[in-house]
Design a binder for this molecule. Sequence first.
Ligand code: PLP
Length: 429
Amino acid sequence: MSDNWNALVNFDKQHLWHPYTSLSHPNPVFPIKSASGVRLTLADGRELIDGMSSWWAAVHGYNHPTLNAAIGDQLKSMSHVMFGGLTHQPAVDLAQKLIDITHDDLQHVFFADSGSVSVEVAIKMAIQYWASQGQPKKQCLLTIKNGYHGDTFGAMAVCDPDNGMHHLFSDVLAQHLFAQSPNCYGQEHYDKEAINDFEQLLKNNLSSIAAVIIEPLVQGAGGMRFYSATYLKKIRELCDEYDVLLILDEIATGFGRTGTLFAYEQANIAPDILCVGKALTGGYLSLAATLCSSKVANGIGNGKYPTLMHGPTFMANPLACAVANASLDLLLHSSWQQCVNDIEQQLKSELQPCQQFNSVKEVRVKGAIGVIELHKPIDIHWMQPRFVELGAWVRPFSNLVYVMPPYIIEPDDLSLVTSAMKLVVSEIS
Ligand SMILES: Cc1ncc(COP(=O)(O)O)c(C=O)c1O
């Protein structure tokens, strides 16, 4: 590596925080020069096949000419204007597209600048909805364990209470309710015990519960756990029966990842409030959205507290909206369903053999997501460079070695990634 790159890595080590790391004991980082398609090119020229889609986002791969052009075109008119008192075509077009592709009930869109912020907005909407209905005590959320909804304080308060370092912030975090997370991966039926636990909490705390918040079908960073569509359907039924709002966090699952455009479609239900982000811009820029039904929007707007008090500086950023519009067009005009289905089949056949290794607890696949859960936490200092040696970009955490590649990945490239996963897991067995 050249002196320049070495200097960059050294500066980084001393001054830059990376996600979920310590500055005093940093994890290894690799300088990257460029990315194109499913290939990440490191500073020393090595190419890695991307298994991560940059955390669920880059579904079309990197440096896509259509997405590049959308940003270039938008730059010619304006890169940003405030959304207070102004509106513009990219935002209106994107809102129209989101309304068109989500459930008919969802008619109103709030653009946020990250997934976590869209969750904050969803929580605010739910609490404000009930306050506007004359029920200001309904401020609590019910969720399930092993969830992940972001790192800001409101979102963090509904993340898994044990693996999210809640104890450190327990005096400042809002106190919410956590039901058992369901054990029904790969099953048609729901987990009755988990549903009973959920219903008990709902029933016993009804006067204080504003909404249920949950990631549909796939719990991401809280454990990469999957559960059945019937469980999700049951959650919707219970929300209806007890009259609480349902917030679905599709920030990770949205835009095709689980095999349907939105995971909730598999349960044939609709949320009252929906959060999307990540793949919304094809991984180009940070943008998220909170959609809600007319019941929620009018419930707030015509109620005692009609103004939704939220307004990020970069709300509905035109560049981000323009690239999101292009990314959605690209997705909807592609054979994404076939791609996701093919990836799912390949992940199943190539990862399933890992089940034989002593280190492996479970292999699970859902849509274009493949997970190997290990019995013990991984050593990232060993495992990350090992994947790089093998030419694959896989970023494990906790006891999970998992991938969610770009939808455009070719079978040979995916095989390189799954072979690397197999080898790495075999080496710790
Ligand atoms: C389900 C879910 N919700 C919320 C978030 C937070 O999104 P962001 O990192 O854009 O704030 C994430 C990010 O991983 C997520 O997976």
